[in-house]
Write a protein that binds this ligand. Structure first.
Ligand SMILES: NC(=O)c1ccc[n+]([C@@H]2O[C@H](COP(=O)([O-])OP(=O)(O)OC[C@H]3O[C@@H](n4cnc5c(N)ncnc54)[C@H](OP(=O)(O)O)[C@@H]3O)[C@@H](O)[C@H]2O)c1
Length: 232
């Protein structure tokens, strides 16, 4: 049994994380921007009971993050697994169509959001058991692997998230927190599209098997849903 918090858990991979963690017997804080408009998530409460708590959390709003952290502290003395899952696909604009405002919108969700969430929950993770700080990145954030260009803001945001994870791994190591970035594969969600190669269940089951094998020695790594190392 782990005490888990997931961001962006109303649909896609986040909802998959909630389902799989509940199936394993975990206690889950499922966060999303608008819990009152998250029917699939709320439906899980019927079987999960008080092992599932649905909380509002917008990763772009500091007061929302602080309120969620305060609520969790009211229920638990520590957290064992934090999953920075919330993300946006970015503008997908070609070079000529890029603009600063859209670029920064992507950064606010994909970079600043996970950093502020990690900051707010670090104290609870430090009191967790074999605590894991997992951030869902993308292979598209790999500079070494970029062979096709495009996706400027998305690629840059995930590369920045990878750097944040490298820092967090160093800074939180002394508190026993393992920080890893995971690429979920190309997954059938609103972001990945129907033509993606993996179902949400396949991706999340793979990532859970990977995180089950992680120790503090793995902190700072960039792995895919199968446990394969991705070059930076
Ligand atoms: N699907 C893929 O093939 C793929 C591949 C590589 C990496 N990823 C990464 O995997 C993660 C999950 O992606 P997905 O495919 O599940 O995408 P998705 O189906 O588009 O879901 C994105 C989730 O992020 C939430 N979100 C967006 N902005 C937010 C904010 N400001 N605060 C809180 N939550 C916010 C969304 O909430 P709302 O419903 O409120 O918008 C939604 O729950 C992302 O980090 C993504 O970059 C996905």
């Amino acid at each position: 049994m782990r005490r888990v918090l997931i961001t962006g858990s109303n649909r896609g991979l986040g909802l998959g994380w909630v389902r799989h963690c509940l199936e394993r017997g975990d206690r889950v804080f499922a966060t999303c921007r608008q819990p009152e408009q998250a029917p699939a998530l709320n439906a899980l409460r019927q079987t999960a009971g008080d092992r599932l708590r649905v909380l509002p959390l917008d990763v772009t709003r500091a007061e929302s993050i602080a309120a969620a952290a305060a609520t969790v502290k009211g229920f638990e003395s520590g957290l064992d697994l934090l999953i920075n899952n919330a993300g946006v696909g970015g503008s997908q604009a070609a070079l000529a169509g890029l603009d600063a405002a859209t670029f920064m919108d992507t950064y606010r969700v994909n970079v600043v959001g996970p950093l502020l969430v990690s900051q707010a929950f670090a104290e609870l993770l430090a009191k967790g058991v074999d605590a894991l700080l997992i951030s869902i990145t993308s292979r598209m954030g790999s500079i070494a692997d970029n062979g096709s260009g495009g996706w400027y803001d998305y690629r840059a945001s995930k590369a920045a998230l990878n750097m944040l994870n490298a820092n967090l791994a160093l800074d939180l190591r002394g508190q026993g927190i393992t920080a890893v970035v995971l690429h979920p594969g190309w997954v059938q969600t609103d972001m990945g599209g129907a033509g993606a190669t993996l179902s949400v269940d396949e991706s999340v089951a793979g990532m859970l098997a990977v995180i089950d094998g992680l120790t503090l020695e793995d902190s700072g790594r960039f792995l895919d849903w199968n446990g394969q190392e991705i070059p930076w």
